[in-house]
Design a protein around this ligand. Structure first.
Ligand code: PMP
Length: 338
């Protein structure tokens, strides 16, 4: 029996999200934080988790100066992307290259989607984007700013143009905003009813807990609650997320370290002949080199895992900012490779 014949056509032609598990000494491939949380407090494992994650949403509402009814929790922000597409459907629009899950989930759900190429500075190509909005009338537009994998933030005025022109919902995905000097779009929620801000705790030390959340108008969240699975966020993650967010001073100092390490890494990479790093507002740096495959393999031989962007941006590699020691190991290895 060929199972493939039973699968829906849109799933059959889909390629699964590629999350490599390659053994290594220095792991700089997945945009995680090198800093984590050690405390593990007990939770009642015999009880279902709070389906509404009330304590977490209350705390987030306080931190973002909004109401709990404007916050929706997800098992990672991935799940909220899925929940958005299940609730509202397509057409879905996003720039390319960008975070691959916007396209993968759209296709998995059988929704039409389109990627509009970024301009030569990796900024939004507003002319083409606005044309696509007119011709396709998208229900959902995803803008990751700072953008993964390019690392830059999009120009604020270009994002605003898209929000104003769109009759659908515009999701500004701020997964990497903590590492950027740019202002968050959260205050603009008051002004634009079609704006949604997507956030995650994954990049600031809690990737293993899978905690994402979004801030939006209550009407949007009420509709999404119809399709969200009741116990989507487990008790341990809820509790640990609340405890960690309460001690946010620690997180802030680690974010500062990562930002200063990113600046150092960028300056050092610029000095290396044969590689061209792109400026980044995130916790990773994209860089171009003619020897991308060779460098990727040579680094891995030395136990250092970074991300090969082959098939997404040709001739590019992406390195996550690690601890000062990890970054030194990366720099030493790459200098001896190029
Ligand atoms: N948005 C962007 C732009 C990302 O890069 C990622 C993770 N790579 C996510 C969302 C998903 O993060 P998570 O599901 O861990 O919250």
């Amino acid at each position: 029996m060929d199972i493939k014949n039973l699968v829906k056509p849109n799933i059959r032609s889909l390629r699964a999200y590629h999350a490599e598990e390659i053994p290594c000494r220095v792991k700089l491939d997945a945009n995680e934080s090198p800093y984590g949380v050690k405390a593990l407090k007990t939770v009642k494992t015999n009880r279902y988790p709070d389906p509404e994650a009330k304590a977490l949403r209350r705390l987030l509402a306080k931190q973002f100066k909004t109401k709990p009814e404007n916050i929706l929790h997800g098992n990672g922000s991935d799940e909220l992307i899925q929940c958005l597409i299940t609730t509202f459907g397509g057409p879905v629009l996003f720039p390319t290259p960008t975070f691959s899950m916007y396209g993968i989930i759209s296709q998995a759900q059988g929704e039409e989607s389109a990627g509009i190429p970024l301009d030569e500075k990796f900024d939004l190509d507003t002319d083409n984007f606005l044309k696509a909005i007119k011709s396709r009338n998208p229900k959902l537009i995803f803008l990751s700013s700072p953008n993964n994998p390019t690392g830059n933030s999009f120009s604020e005025d270009r994002i605003l143009k898209i929000i104003r022109q769109s009759k659908g919902l515009v999701i500004v995905d701020e997964a990497y905003q903590a590492f950027s000097d740019r202002k968050s779009f959260v205050p603009l929620l008051k002004k634009y009813q079609n704006l949604i801000i997507l956030k995650t705790l994954s990049k600031i030390g809690l990737a293993g807990l899978r905690v994402g959340f979004m801030i939006a108008y209550k009407d949007v969240i009420d509709e999404m609650n119809k399709v969200r699975l009741p116990f989507n966020l487990n008790s341990l993650s809820q509790k640990l997320a609340v405890e960690t967010l309460k001690k946010s001073a620690l997180m802030r100092s680690e974010i500062k370290t990562i930002v200063s390490e990113r600046k150092r890494l960028f300056n050092e990479m610029k000095k290396i002949y044969g590689i061209e790093p792109y400026p980044s507002d995130a916790n990773f740096i994209l860089f171009r080199t003619e020897k991308s495959d060779k460098i990727y393999k040579e680094l891995l031989k030395r136990g250092i895992l970074i991300r090969n962007m082959k098939g997404i941006i040709e001739g590019c590699l992406r390195v996550t900012v690690g601890t000062p020691n990890e970054n030194r190991a990366f720099l030493k290895a790459i200098k001896s490779t190029v």
